[in-house]
Design a protein around this ligand. Structure first.
Ligand SMILES: NC(=O)c1ccc[n+]([C@@H]2O[C@H](COP(=O)([O-])OP(=O)(O)OC[C@H]3O[C@@H](n4cnc5c(N)ncnc54)[C@H](OP(=O)(O)O)[C@@H]3O)[C@@H](O)[C@H]2O)c1
Length: 412
């Protein structure tokens, strides 16, 4: 198969943009060259000469010789404008921007169809780990039962450092930022939003369900305290930020991002530092386990490179599962087994929210309750993200799930 020549207009020359530049330099076999680079800050010192840069996006968008736009900027709103304009001009697009893709999934799908151009975004989900193309090409919709994983490299790095090396949360976050792992706005990572955006992309490619970011509940790692860490250490567990989606016995879908205790019998136990790990469960193959670097300049650039290479032979996502129109519904009515850490004096009032209580403990100022609670009640108690409370998942009570019609959200 003969490969197309690709003339790239690159947006962004930060961690991933410069990483891509270096990776392309070392990949002479690929007929792809960067024609122009658009950045924002005119006063920044660059690794390469000023003649390579523009500050006007139209220099790329209006250049008819550029047939591929690679969007690697850290501003989701500006990225959306660039990507829309590029697709409308018939330019293929590669993006790593999960927030932009998750917030505009339907519009981006329609633009690809209307203008008959591909948009690829492997790097937006788990950086170097090729999960989207596997979901897209390998799994049949009917066979996939669940997808669960650590999809955010910086929070996994922070959790690993605070847990194993006793580093303070702030010091671990600073290290993640210094290594280029963290989003420009750290709350996107630590609040579980970045993981949610990725879960939303995974949902579309695994179950054909296009969710609105508000439909999926996310709890981050920013409130995890000493009591939960002590609990984990005493029981030989680790805490991981886990995104998960699964088909319920009633045939609906559940999806959420909540920190989880994982034991040594769980594959995710060994996924530390900046690594991501995703488990898929299918009816016949049982589980598959994907693992790879979930952030960083070269690993992320390698996924961008893979998309660029795929464009050279006209690859595009077919979105088969979306077009199968299975009309799945998302259900928030799921029973979770959690540990809730709380202020000591809140103990009695919080117990009312639980369906069953397994254990409760209190010290001089705080305490915890473990037991079964609905996701709706977790949301109610987590509202406003009060620092004195944190939720860590122990298990999902998939068998005991109930289905309430008012909690179903129509598929788009
Ligand atoms: N870092 C990772 O490990 C990683 C992993 C997976 C995905 N991603 C995604 O990759 C994208 C880039 O992340 P990054 O870490 O490379 O960010 P970064 O290091 O902060 O770099 C951002 C770049 O975007 C440029 N920029 C911002 N607004 C712009 C605009 N309106 N027009 C043109 N250029 C603009 C900046 O220009 P100046 O240089 O002039 O400031 C900078 O070069 C994000 O969507 C991120 O979520 C990152």
């Amino acid at each position: 198969m003969s490969r197309k020549n690709l003339n790239i207009g690159l947006f962004g020359f930060g961690c991933v943009g410069y990483g891509l530049y270096e990776v392309l330099e070392k990949t002479p076999g690929l007929k792809a060259n960067i024609r122009n680079i658009c950045v924002k800050d005119k006063n920044k010192t660059r690794e390469i000469g000023a003649e390579n840069f523009t500050y006007d996006k139209n220099d790329i968008l209006n250049d008819e010789d550029i047939n591929v736009v690679v969007e690697l900027i850290d501003d989701a709103d500006a990225a959306f404008e660039i990507v829309v304009a590029a697709l409308k001009k018939g330019k293929a697009v590669v993006s790593a921007n999960k927030k932009m893709i998750a917030e505009h999934f339907t519009e981006l799908l329609e633009l690809q169809r209307e203008y008959n151009v591909p948009l690829l975004y492997e790097a937006a989900c788990c950086a170097s780990m090729p999960i989207i193309r596997n979901l897209e090409e390998y799994y049949d919709n009917d066979l996939l039962e669940s997808i669960e994983g650590i999809v955010n490299g910086s929070t996994n790095y922070i959790l690993t450092k605070t847990f194993a090396e006793n580093l303070s949360y702030d010091a671990a976050l600073k290290q993640a930022q210094d290594n280029g792992y963290a989003e420009s706005n750290p709350i996107l990572d630590t609040g579980g939003f970045d993981a949610k955006y990725k879960l939303l992309i995974l949902l579309a490619h695994s179950f054909g369900y296009i969710a609105n970011p508000n439909d999926i509940y996310n709890i981050g790692i920013d409130n995890i305290g000493k009591l939960e860490l002590k609990y984990a250490r005493e029981k030989g567990l680790k805490i991981k930020l886990v995104a998960q989606a699964f088909k319920t016995p009633q045939g609906t879908l559940s999806a959420f991002v909540i920190p989880k205790f994982v034991g040594s019998d769980d594959r995710l136990f060994t996924v530390d530092d900046v690594f991501n790990g995703v488990l898929t469960k299918t009816s016949f193959a049982d589980t598959h386990f994907f693992v790879g670097r979930g952030a960083g300049a070269h690993p992320t650039a390698s996924a961008v490179l893979s998309d660029i290479s795929a464009l050279s032979y006209d690859y595009r996502y077919e979105y088969k599962k979306i077009y199968q129109e299975e009309n799945l519904l998302l259900s928030n009515e799921v029973a979770l087994k959690v540990l809730l850490r709380h202020k000591k004096e809140e103990a009695e009032s919080l117990k009312e929210y639980f369906d069953t209580i397994e254990e409760s403990y209190a010290n001089h100022d705080s305490g915890y309750i473990t037991g079964n609670i609905s996701l709706e009640n977790v949301k109610a108690l987590h509202s406003g993200n009060p620092a004195e409370r944190s939720f860590i998942l122990l298990n999902v009570e998939k068998e005991k799930e109930t289905l309430a019609h008012e909690s179903l959200i129509e598929a788009n």
